[in-house]
Each structure stands twice: as structure tokens, then as C-alpha cells.
Write a protein that binds this ligand. Structure first.
Ligand SMILES: Nc1ncnc2c1ncn2[C@@H]1O[C@H](COP(=O)(O)OP(=O)(O)O)[C@@H](O)[C@H]1O
Ligand SMILES: O=C(OP(=O)(O)O)[C@H](O)COP(=O)(O)O
Length: 393
């Protein structure tokens, strides 16, 4: 990465505005998954230990420019304080007199969390005045919010133009792991793409076709490809207007010598529910009134074997409707194959990260990205505005 990192900054006594992604799941005013908070701890602890006055900022949810009581960051401040073992001052305002006074009270090493930045309409508009308000709070800017790096917002991009700025440790790690995978992969390099919508993953599939040895497709988006192969898919997910593109991708894979892998058998159901009737059928025999909701046992084995023979595996998107236990076996088998392979495993955020958590396998992966949308855009080869805006080395 050709951007400055916090190691390049002299921090003693400086006010540092640090953008983090504390957009965490909450229920009844409690944080239910603190993965993203824990992921930012190395940066926050380092800033504090180096004697900076740390002003933390994050969004939570999508309040659309107004204060929403359930989206205040107080539970997050509390959890951060528990995890880091230090007081975290929390303001109810995003900027203005209350925040200025709180900053004036900070001693070197102290931590402050301002209110949810998306309570301000200017945040998502990357409004120059709001970016200026953020910049005026601090001497330096650090971005550790990889999960929001695909957003060009006031606290992720605008402020970076106005202060000396650098990437935090999490941002640096995410970019270097994903970047190395795409630029200089160990081979065989396998990508596993699943999830629901072809249109959301077109860019990723297209970009990966130039890089991988094996491209495994599963999940709901596989059936548009299966249809493009000439099979009937019953009531399985189909994006009719993407069939031609699916054909084009498979042709391109063949030309490039990429092994394009689709399900050979599937679990079909007569209803989208936990207690539906289900059966395993070969891919060419999906009954007209049934829907394929998971990959079958033969496919699980094929996918797992490819994983075990790969040196680098990137996974994004579940293989089936893993939220329902009867259709979770394909996703679980892939997660287990990744957990036991000697290859380097990268989980591209979102539902795949949720799945490895659900199966209690997260600590068996080499890297679980904290960004869903951000890692997808990165894998599409797009420039992330939150990274681009940082000061060059
Ligand atoms: N065969 C399938 N039919 C319908 N939905 C599926 C199928 N396989 C997976 N899904 C659904 O896809 C959803 C995830 O899709 P998507 O949002 O594209 O993935 P991600 O969040 O990983 O990017 C999950 O909720 C899952 O239930
Ligand atoms: O949770 C997030 O996105 P993700 O679920 O795609 O990783 C990020 O915090 C970005 O949030 P946003 O999609 O509301 O901009």
C-alpha cells in the first residue's frame, strides 16, 4: 500500500480524529457482536499509548441525516471501554460546543467517541463544511474503518483531504491481505462465490476470472449459470436478463483456462421453509415445481477437494440458504474445508463471515474481513475512496 500508516505519524500530544467502523449488530441497547470493535483495538490502543488525544468517530446503521435514539453510540462506547480497559468519553453531539469542550478536557492518551456521524445529513453527502468541522477538531486523521472504505463520506474521505492522514492497522491489514491475494497470489488460487444475486457479484466474477485458477460458484446465483448451461432449474433463483452474461463468463473462463465449477447435485425443496419436503437430485433433474436451496453431497465433496488442493482461497457468499438449518450443509462443508486446508484462507466479509461465526470456525481462518461491501468492491478491482483519500507515502 502506497499510503502512510499510523507508524509514519508522530503522535505524542496530538489530537487524532480516528474513523472506525463500529457499525455493529445491536439488540435492546446491547452490542450483540463486537468483532468490529475488537478489530479496531490495536489502532486505538497504539494511538493512546503513543500519547495521542484520540477522537473516535463511526456510523451506526442508516439514520439518514437525523438523530435516531436506537442508533446512538453509547452501548458501543461502553463495550469499547470494557474491551480496552480505559474510560471512553462519549458525546451526544457529532460536533459543536459540547464536542469542543470534551476535547479540551482530554489528556494525552485519553479516548473520546463522538455521536453517530450519520445523524448529520452532510456525512453521506461528503459535505465540505462537515468535513471541515471534523478536521478542525484534530491535528491528524487516521482511517481504520475498512468496512466503510467504499463510501466517500465526510468522515471517510472529505476530512482526509484536510489533514495529514494515514491508515490504521486494521485498514492496512485488510488492504495488504486482499491486495496480495489479487496481485500476487499463491497458486492454485481458488475463489468461491455464492449468495443470492448475480447482479451484485458480476464485477467480482469478471475481475476474478483474470486471476484465479478455480472459480467455484454456489448459492442462489449459481442457478442462472446452470440455466445458461441448458438445464431446467424449476423455481430456483434466476436472473433471466443475466443468462447471456453467464454464458459469456463461462466462455471467457474456458478461453482463459480457468476451471469454472458449478453444482453437480443440489438439495431441492417444495417450499422455502425449514419444514419443506426436500430431496437431493442431480443438477439436470431439478423438478419443475421445486427450488434448489443448497448444494448436494457430491458437490460438497468436489468443492471441498478443490479447497484442500489450493494454496489460496477467497470465499464470498453462502452456498445455500444457510440461515435455515436444513439448507446449511453446503455452506458448512465449505467453511469446514477452509478451516482444515493448509492453504491461506480469506473470508470476504458479509454473510460468509457470519457463516463462519455461526459454525464457530472464524478463528480457523487466516483472515476474516470486517467489510462486506468494501471487500466486494475491492475484489471487483475498484478504488476505495476511503483509502484513495489518505496521504501518499
Ligand atoms: N439457493 C439459494 N436460493 C435462494 N437464496 C439463497 C440460495 N443460496 C443462498 N441464498 C441466500 O443468499 C443470501 C446472501 O446473499 P448475498 O447478500 O448476495 O450474499 P453476501 O451477503 O455474502 O454478499 C443469504 O441470505 C442466503 O440465504
Ligand atoms: O456494515 C457495513 O457494510 P457491510 O455489511 O457491507 O460490511 C459498513 O459499516 C458500511 O455500512 P453502509 O453499507 O451502511 O455504508
Amino acid at each position: 500500500m502506497n499510503k502512510k500508516t499510523i507508524k509514519d505519524l508522530s503522535l505524542q500530544g496530538k489530537k487524532v480524529f480516528c474513523r472506525v467502523d463500529f457499525n455493529v449488530p445491536m439488540k435492546d441497547g446491547e452490542v450483540t457482536d463486537d468483532t468490529r470493535i475488537r478489530a479496531a483495538l490495536p489502532t486505538i490502543a497504539y494511538l493512546s499509548e503513543q500519547g495521542a488525544k484520540v477522537i473516535l468517530a463511526s456510523h451506526l446503521g442508516r439514520p439518514k441525516g437525523q438523530a435516531v435514539e436506537e442508533l446512538r453510540l453509547d452501548p458501543v462506547a461502553k463495550r469499547l471501554s470494557d474491551l480496552i480497559g480505559k474510560e471512553v468519553v462519549k458525546t451526544d453531539a457529532v460536533y459543536g460546543t459540547e464536542v469542543e469542550e470534551a476535547i479540551d478536557q482530554l489528556a494525552d492518551g485519553d479516548l473520546l467517541l463522538i455521536e453517530n456521524v450519520r445523524f448529520e445529513a452532510g456525512e453521506e453527502k461528503n459535505d465540505a463544511a462537515l468535513a471541515e468541522a471534523f478536521a478542525s477538531m484534530a491535528d491528524l486523521y487516521v482511517n481504520d474503518a475498512f468496512g466503510a472504505a467504499h463510501r466517500a463520506h465526510a468522515s471517510t474521505a472529505g476530512i482526509a483531504e484536510k489533514l495529514p492522514s494515514a491508515a490504521g492497522f486494521l485498514m492496512e491489514k485488510e488492504i495488504s491481505v486482499l491486495g496480495k491475494a489479487l496481485e500476487n497470489p499463491d497458486r492454485p488460487f481458488t475463489a468461491i462465490i455464492g449468495g443470492a444475486k448475480v447482479k451484485d457479484k458480476i464485477g467480482v466474477i469478471e475481475n476474478l476470472l483474470d486471476k484465479v485458477d478455480n472459480l467455484i460458484v454456489g448459492g442462489g446465483l449459481a442457478y442462472t449459470f446452470v440455466k445458461a448451461q441448458g438445464h431446467e432449474i424449476g423455481k430456483s433463483l434466476l436472473e433471466e436478463d443475466k443468462i447471456d452474461l453467464a454464458k459469456e463468463f463461462m466462455k471467457k473462463a474456458e478461453e482463459k483456462g480457468v476451471n469454472f465449477v458449478l453444482p453437480e447435485d443440489v438439495v431441492v425443496a417444495d417450499d422455502f421453509s425449514e419444514d419443506a419436503n426436500t430431496k437431493v437430485v442431480p443438477i439436470s433433474e431439478i423438478p419443475a415445481d421445486w427450488e434448489a436451496l443448497d448444494i448436494g453431497p457430491k458437490t460438497r465433496e468436489i468443492y471441498s477437494n478443490i479447497v484442500s488442493e489450493s494454496k489460496l482461497i477467497i470465499w464470498n457468499g453462502p452456498m445455500g440458504v444457510f440461515e435455515l438449518n436444513v439448507f446449511a450443509n453446503g455452506t458448512k462443508a465449505v467453511a469446514e474445508a477452509l478451516a482444515s486446508t493448509d492453504g491461506y484462507t480469506v473470508i470476504g466479509g458479509g454473510d460468509s463471515a457470519a457463516a463462519v461465526e455461526k459454525f464457530d470456525l472464524a478463528d480457523k481462518m487466516d483472515h476474516v474481513s470486517t467489510g462486506g461491501g468494501a471487500s466486494l468492491e475491492f475484489m471487483e478491482g475498484k478504488v476505495l475512496p476511503g483509502v484513495a483519500a489518505l496521504t501518499d507515502k
